[in-house]
Design a protein around this ligand. Structure first.
Ligand code: PDD
Length: 286
């Protein structure tokens, strides 16, 4: 069944949705995005995602007049029109187009291109992958150095994911200067002696919305959290590993570069955090 999508103020069938071939998002990767999870037909962590969107736009000086309430209305309308119970809403804002390819930004007042659509994923919260755990490989982090801005420049992340799949694994961890930065589309953690270790925030990683909530919930559950970089060797010797993202919540990792982590199956900390996170997200969804 065709989805109803949103393009620049209009709701329309996905087959009719178009943007210019000169759009900056298309020719220059000059666009930012957000993915907000939907549980029980409601939006989780909505305000966190909108705050990060505002920051990404402002860092790139892309002007977009839509307010938090406008965004909420669009998200909710799309969820309703498409009958989404579990899944997500993808939102993208590009710098628009001046009507031709040009390295210069378009003139002031050029409207951004705004696109939103839903991705229905029934059963997302009961993903069987979370019961088995996933396997990762490591690859050098060759991305640009403003990873804190959520741009659509995802080619390297996509290549890393494909490299992992080629080796029969699920995902890739990026490594820079000997330390893990993050996953291809998620933030990474290890657990050692009951302590959760994850890289501190900087321009080196995306400031995950799920990360912020999971760390808060972990601390509320009296778990110890240490924010610092860790190596692949440390991960391989850890008791547990996991990653977080809006579309996967808390996902246990059972193997890093061919070496089993801990008992080689999802550990109690990751399992507990996944439960707490999904539970709390349902309760606070809007
Ligand atoms: N990815 N790091 C990277 C590089 C990411 O792309 C993502 C999210 C995260 C986790 O952020 P959050 O918890 O706010 O989802 C970390 C989304 C889900 C995606 O690209 O589909």
């Amino acid at each position: 069944m065709s989805r109803t999508v949103y393009v620049n103020g209009t709701y329309m069938p996905e087959e009719e949705a178009t943007v210019s071939i000169f759009d900056r998002g298309f020719v220059m990767g000059d666009a930012v995005y957000e993915v907000t999870c939907v549980l029980d037909g409601k939006l989780t962590e909505f305000d966190g995602h909108m705050a990060r969107l505002a920051r990404s736009l402002s860092e790139l000086e892309i002007v977009c007049d839509l307010t938090r309430d406008d965004w909420l209305e669009i998200h909710r309308k799309l969820i309703e029109m498409n009958g989404v119970e579990e899944g997500g809403v993808y939102l993208q804002v590009s710098r628009g187009t001046a009507g031709d390819r040009d390295f210069h930004y378009p003139p002031e007042g050029t409207p951004p291109t705004v696109v939103l659509y839903t991705q229905s994923k029934p059963g997302l919260s009961a993903d069987p992958k979370a019961d088995k755990g996933i396997k990762v490989i490591s690859v050098p982090d060759l991305r640009w150095h403003r990873r804190d801005i959520k741009t659509v420049q995802l080619l390297y992340a996509s290549m890393a994911k494909m490299a992992a799949e080629k080796e029969g694994k699920d995902d890739a961890w990026f490594v820079e200067d000997g330390f893990v930065t993050e996953g291809s589309s998620n933030n990474c953690y290890i657990v050692k002696g009951g302590r959760i270790i994850t890289r501190q925030l900087s321009n080196d990683i995306l400031h995950g919305i799920t990360r912020a909530s999971v760390l808060k919930m972990a601390q509320e559950a009296q778990m110890e959290v240490e924010e610092r970089p860790f190596t692949i060797e440390e991960a391989q010797a850890a008791d547990e590993a996991f990653y977080t993202s809006a579309s996967a919540f808390v996902m246990p990792i059972v193997e890093v570069d061919g070496v089993a982590v801990g008992a080689g199956k999802p550990g109690p900390v990751a399992k507990r955090l996944r439960e707490i996170y999904i539970d709390e997200s349902r309760k606070s969804a809007i």
